[in-house]
Design a protein around this ligand. Structure first.
Ligand code: SF4
Length: 140
């Protein structure tokens, strides 16, 4: 557990090599991105990293990471499915994270494809719990 890297290490790696990046303090860990990616098995990994959840209590959590960016087809389905705005094209900056989170939370009920119903599906609720409290589930 103590060997987990800080979230900025993964953020910087994606910023350099991947067409997408994840601003981890906004990531809820529900794995909606991995769920919708047509090539998820060859692109994504879930890794233990040190990060807070929406600004609360930094600790080791499990989070999605683009381990093999060369396999990405840039369809951006994962970006559409991200409920918090944490996942975005590499060239897009996050200047005001709190605003991004609020904006995405407010628009969630109005999203046609990946709205509230999608985010609160059982599999995402379970991933959310496991990835934010991995010690309780014995996965770290
Ligand atoms: S852009 Fe498309 S192919 Fe690339 S990681 Fe996202 S969903 Fe997968």
């Amino acid at each position: 557990m103590s060997q987990a890297l800080h979230w900025t290490a993964y953020y910087e790696r994606m910023e350099k090599n991947a067409p997408l990046k994840i601003y981890y303090p906004l990531c809820g860990g529900g794995e909606e991105c991995i769920f919708v990616c047509p090539y998820s098995d060859s692109i994504w990994e879930v890794v233990p990293i040190k990060v807070d959840l929406f600004g609360f209590r930094e600790k080791v959590r499990l989070r999605p990471f683009i381990a093999n960016p060369e396999a990405c087809k840039k369809c951006y389905l994962c970006v559409q499915a991200c409920p918090t705005g944490a996942l975005r094209p590499a060239e897009e900056e996050i200047k005001h994270p709190s605003f991004v989170l609020l904006y995405n939370a407010l628009r969630l009920p109005f999203k046609k494809r990946y709205g509230t119903k999608f985010v609160f599906r059982k599999e995402h609720r379970e991933k959310f719990k496991r990835n934010n409290w991995p010690e309780r589930y014995g996965v770290i």
